[in-house]
Design a protein around this ligand. Structure first.
Ligand SMILES: NC(=O)c1ccc[n+]([C@@H]2O[C@H](COP(=O)([O-])OP(=O)(O)OC[C@H]3O[C@@H](n4cnc5c(N)ncnc54)[C@H](O)[C@@H]3O)[C@@H](O)[C@H]2O)c1
Length: 376
């Protein structure tokens, strides 16, 4: 990953413009206005009335509003952007901000496709600005504890996640293709990369729709990933699973050479080690950003990165691999074949090069030796 510009004044609150005042945008307004690290100076939405009423509901005044990011950012002297628009708008909004010289913290997924994610990674390189993706399910104190415990289990053989929930969302989710894999499983796929500090090489996935499902498309899936270190990761999820539901983080088991750990997604993990493995426990792998949780955790890591230059875990080059896991699982479910992650990245790279409209970004993409090498 190329380096990015840091803030010259590393003490004062970072002046932030938020883009997107929908359901999640309102959560971000709460977190941004509660954080001493940032000052919310602008709110942008295509729906200006939505932006204004979100600020009124939050009891905030003196925040610039508008429908144009560039205009609001200039008027408010913004130093950074938080992008909480719909996924289809992530690419254009991120490009506008980065090219204007503003670092961006963007909600997951980085973009609707891996190809657009690669375009954003190259745009970040061209701009010299940080683009970090907020994967809020990385930030739990009990998950950080699980990561510490996993480091004491020696070589990890198998990680499993069971995800069983029964939400009735209504709206687009009940109609969209691959709803579980695309809209939800990305959280678990991203967490397992964080947990193992490793990246996947292949996946085999089957999707289906239970007969009682209230979704139009497949709401259940099982995916088996192989990681580069040899670990197998097995994800099973069902989004129409009434009874004995898991937490929203799912229910996890990690089995290593030196024992096993389980995590219910909420409480502290439970660990059972072999006697010899206990002595070898390595507690140095503690996540530094585990204090603030969920989106506040992502915000804290973003600000810390801007102040120190330390690459955050959700930096766009690395994060594209979480989206590649989703795209590979979908391709496997559609073809019935095991799919290699590097093949997904290679085809996305060709699509990104062919589709890129900005000459400077196209040149940056063309300069990559290989997409996988560039993302590592
Ligand atoms: N981390 C999580 O657990 C979590 C949970 C929910 C949503 N999300 C993510 O948050 C993002 C937003 O989701 P949501 O539920 O708030 O969606 P939403 O549809 O409720 O709100 C999106 C808002 O963005 C605005 N918008 C769209 N395009 C825009 C553009 N080009 N410029 C300015 N404004 C624009 C819309 O007018 C709308 O107000 C998505 O990426 C979603 O995946 C994350």
């Amino acid at each position: 990953m190329s380096s990015f510009q840091t803030l010259t004044d590393a003490q004062s609150p970072v002046r932030v413009v938020l883009v997107g005042a929908g359901g999640m945008g309102k959560n971000w307004i709460r977190v941004l206005s509660a954080s001493p690290d940032v000052e919310l100076v602008g709110l942008v939405d295509l729906n200006l009335a939505a932006a204004e009423s979100a600020l009124t509901d939050a009891g905030l005044s003196g925040v610039s509003t508008g429908t144009s990011l560039s205009t609001v950012a200039a008027a408010s002297g913004a130093q950074a952007v938080v992008n909480v628009t719909v996924p289809a708008a992530h690419h254009p909004v991120n490009v506008e901000a980065l090219i204007a010289g503003l670092p961006v913290l963007c909600e997951k997924p980085v973009a609707p496709t891996v190809a657009l994610g690669l375009s954003l990674a190259a745009t970040a390189e061209v701009s010299g600005q940080l683009l970090m993706i907020s994967q809020s399910r990385r930030y739990y104190r009990t998950l950080a504890e699980l990561k510490r415990q996993v480091a004491s289990l020696g070589e990890v053989g198998i990680v499993t996640t069971d995800f069983f929930k029964a939400p009735h969302f209504g709206g687009f989710r009940e109609e969209m293709e691959h709803v579980l894999l695309v809209d939800m499983a990305i959280h678990a796929f991203d967490v397992v990369r964080y947990l193992l500090d490793d990246d996947p090489v292949s996946v085999y996935c089957e999707e289906f729709n239970p007969s009682w499902s209230w979704y139009a498309a497949d709401a259940a899936a099982t995916a088996i990933f192989e990681f580069s270190g040899g670990t197998r990761y097995v994800y099973t999820g069902n989004w129409c699973a009434d009874g004995l539901e898991t937490s929203w983080n799912g229910s996890w088991r990690v089995n290593g050479a030196g024992g096993s750990a389980t995590w219910d997604g909420t409480n502290s993990p439970v660990v059972e080690r072999t006697a010899t493995a206990g002595a070898a426990a390595d507690r140095s792998a503690v996540a530094a950003n585990a204090e603030a949780e969920e989106i506040a955790g992502a915000l804290a890591e973003f600000v810390q990165a801007l102040r120190t230059g330390r690459t955050p875990s959700g930096e766009v080059h690395s994060n594209v691999q979480s989206l590649a896991m989703v795209e590979a699982a979908v391709r496997s479910a559609e073809t019935g074949q095991r799919v290699r992650i590097d093949e997904v990245l290679e085809s996305a790279y060709r699509a990104a090069l062919a589709g890129e409209r900005r000459p400077d970004v196209k040149a940056a993409l063309a300069g990559w030796d290989s997409p996988l090498g560039q993302l590592a």
